[in-house]
Design a protein around this ligand. Structure first.
Ligand code: PLP
Ligand code: COI
Length: 358
């Protein structure tokens, strides 16, 4: 196991300013004082693990990542515990997904223990940046870029892995979100990179997301690329449906959607509560019909950033409907509170999901 060399940031944000920033951090605009980095080369493998001051990189304009987008990332959070300590939520699951994304993008696998240690070390060093206000956390963004300087279309022979940290509040400001059904754009197709967490997927989603904003909606909902019928996921979240018989349904992991860690956790928690959860395709026309008939009572988006966010309205060129009463339904509220209870260290962690750091 590599040990991380530590170089302290000699001009950190002063404590008064940090506390002011932590009061209302927004999402992803405020950063901590340090960064974790590890280099990879074909000759040396993973080496030079460091925690150092957060500062800009200098990269040659012909660096591979700028041209062919060989890049992957993760999103996870560190939570403030009631006794003042700090914990990660299921970092092993993020490490595994990062390894799977690397494989799909022809990048080297970062060993899970090195991934987890890099995040733990950074959070321990920047522990003062974990917010304690309700709904806030320290969002962690591990990522890997191709750093070989060459314009050939090939896997890079060198990589840089980094972790940056940003204190965040809720991703959405309002109570529930309105979705725009994208009919012109696909996010992913069979055999593509839909189940990898790579920057390219998000670049490809931006035109659809811009269309959603133009239509007065917060998020885009993507349908499958072949039949343009089956609901897949939102630009940056998975989706669940709640029916009048108390059961839940979420689209299956068929390779075109991201296997969300929040999604997997909610399936487990819903089963613990005795609810039935189906991982089965759900058609957009059926969604509209069920919302209108009252068979569908609730729908929600979920993810690390979004946590659990009710879906209030759905719009599209051929569709327009409200889900339930347009607000947060009781099943959504219960799942959100059980998940947050575990993440914030206020409820028993029966599944051993919290990784207590200090
Ligand atoms: N789907 C997409 C496209 C995402 O970007 C995310 C967020 O990371 C998710 C789903 C939810 O994944 P997770 O719960 O692991 O954050
Ligand atoms: C996350 O939830 O971690 C994501 O990457 C999604 C993005 C909307 C911030």
């Amino acid at each position: 196991m590599q040990t991380f060399q530590f170089k302290s940031n000699l001009s950190p944000v002063d404590a008064g300013r940090r506390e002011a920033l932590l009061e209302a951090p927004g999402f992803g605009r405020v950063f901590t004082d340090h960064i974790a980095t590890i280099q990879y080369s074909e000759e040396c493998g993973w080496h030079n693990a460091k925690i150092g001051p957060r500062e800009p990189f200098s990269l040659d304009p012909a660096t591979l990542v700028f041209h062919y987008a060989q890049e992957i990332y993760e999103g996870m959070k560190a939570y403030r515990m009631p006794d003042g300590g700090g914990a990660l939520f299921r970092p092993d699951a993020n490490a595994r997904r990062f390894r799977n994304s690397a494989e799909r993008l022809a990048m080297p696998a970062l060993p899970d223990n090195l991934f987890i240690e890099s995040v733990r070390e950074l959070v321990r060093v920047d522990r003062a940046w974990i917010p304690s206000t309700a709904g806030s956390a320290l969002y962690l963004r591990p990522f890997m870029i191709a750093t070989e300087v060459v314009l050939g279309v090939k896997p890079s022979s060198e990589y840089l892995y980094c972790v940056v940290a940003t204190p965040v509040g809720p991703y959405f400001k309002g109570g529930s979100v309105t979705l725009w059904i994208s009919e012109n754009f696909s996010r992913a197709a069979p055999g593509g990179t839909g189940e990898a967490k790579c920057g390219g997927n998000y670049a490809a989603s931006l035109a659809a997301q811009a269309e959603a904003i133009q239509q007065g909606c917060e998020q885009v909902v993507f349908l499958d690329a072949i039949e343009r019928r089956w609901v897949e996921e939102l630009g940056g979240m998975n989706v669940f449906f709640v029916f009048d018989d108390g059961s839940l349904q979420t689209p299956p992991l068929t390779g075109t959607i991201l296997p969300g860690i929040t999604r997997a956790s909610l399936i487990t928690l819903a089963c613990d509560m005795g609810l039935t959860v189906r991982e089965e395709p759900y058609g957009i026309d059926q969604w509209e019909a069920d919302a209108k008939s009252g068979r569908l009572l609730e729908a929600f988006a979920c993810g690390t950033a979004a946590v659990v966010t009710p879906i209030g309205k759905v719009k599209g060129r051929r569709h327009g409907f409200t889900v339930g009463n347009g607000g947060m339904g009781p099943v959504t509220a219960r799942l959100k509170s059980v998940l947050l209870g575990i993440q914030n260290g206020c409820a028993p962690d029966h599944h051993g999901w919290l990784d207590r750091l200090f």
